[in-house]
Design a protein around this ligand. Structure first.
Ligand code: SF4
Length: 337
């Protein structure tokens, strides 16, 4: 278990005309070499801002206010802009949700991947770089790589464009790959192919993956561990098996209950978690999930519980765990249980 990324008490905020949006409010976690860690949560939970904070790809209005992001022992919060440029794309790379807006529509895809290699290894010969790009295209299963090298992004399907992005992200053999909702814009069949491929590539190269998604089903396909985020905080953290078999936090139970069940009657409606996420310009003093939680009690509106051990490697932020709570025996978000 060699930790390569260690985030401690990260707090990131945005300044807006309506006030300070406290997007991430004290997040801590570790990614070990070879881990595939999922971060799951609804929009506005702080998961993408956490990943953008790691790469320091935040807009000018954002500030990392507190905490540290140690990558191989170096604190990325205080690293110079020049060093961050060297780390991005070389040691840590990223795959974004929409490959079309991440690729330059006017440049052939092969040349775009070659540029990523040349940016960090400018002395590599032209033919050597071309061969590296072709090998990457083969690894991500782009058919006819020699021919596709010269194609423009518009000639590719959504799934093929995402494969180009994966090839680009792997070009410099990064230690950490951050994938932010990379399969959201794809249909389910292509999504499964991409997930399988990410797993294979991770097994071959040992690259650690931080996988950001709103979909617990996707996390179950790919990840070994998961962090559940809500209101800028980690609400629960455990192995995939533990999260699915013994969820400890009511928000996780809500996410599990809202997953489509292929075996259920098609006339049964999906069960969204009632209510909406908190306003992060004025986050609640107590547990941010309290207004939507069927177990909420008086103390939940007054105090925010700490993230505490629920079992081995299983953390949860809920007052329920200090009581004889129903916990995983009953999911209040599922009708008729
Ligand atoms: Fe629900 Fe209270 Fe637990 Fe928050 S702390 S999830 S409101 S029971």
């Amino acid at each position: 278990m060699e930790p390569i990324l260690k985030i401690d008490n990260l707090k990131t905020s945005f300044l807006t005309s309506s006030g300070e949006v406290q997007a991430v409010r004290g997040v801590s976690f570790t990614v070990n070499r070879g881990d595939i860690l999922g971060i799951v949560g609804e929009s506005g939970s702080g998961k993408s801002v956490t990943s953008m904070s790691i790469l320091r790809l935040l807009p000018d209005t954002a500030r990392i206010k507190e905490g540290s992001i140690e990558f191989h022992g170096k604190n990325l919060v205080t690293t110079s802009k020049k060093e961050m440029r060297e780390i991005r794309g070389e040691k840590i790379s990223m795959i974004f949700q929409d490959p079309m807006s991440s690729l330059n529509p006017l440049v052939p895809v092969g040349k775009q991947v070659a540029e990523v290699i040349l940016q960090h290894h400018p002395d590599t010969g032209r033919e050597a770089v071309r061969q590296e790009v072709l090998e990457l295209f083969r690894r991500v299963r782009i058919p006819e790589p020699e021919k596709r090298f010269h194609s423009f992004p518009h000639a590719f399907s959504g799934g093929m464009r995402q494969r180009v992005m994966i090839a680009m992200a792997l070009a410099n053999k990064p230690d950490l790959l951050i994938a932010d909702e990379p399969t959201t814009a794809l249909d389910v069949t292509i999504q499964n192919q991409i997930l399988r491929q990410l797993r294979e590539l991770q097994e071959q190269s040992g690259t650690s993956i931080l996988f950001i998604t709103h979909d617990l089903g996707v996390v179950a396909e790919l990840c070994s561990h998961v962090l559940v985020m809500y209101g800028g905080l980690v609400m629960e953290q455990a192995s995939i098996d533990e999260i699915f078999e013994h969820p400890g936090h009511p928000y996780t139970m809500g996410l599990l209950a809202s997953m489509p069940d292929l075996e259920q009657d098609k006339r049964v409606r999906l069960r969204p978690i009632p209510g909406s996420p908190p306003d992060m310009t004025n986050p609640p003093k107590g547990c941010p999930f309290a207004p939507r939680c069927p177990y909420a009690r008086k103390i939940c509106a007054q105090e925010c519980p700490d993230l505490a051990a629920l079992g081995e490697g299983h953390l949860s932020r809920c007052f329920l765990q200090y009581e004889d709570a129903p916990a995983d025996a009953h999911n209040p978000f599922r009708n008729g249980e």
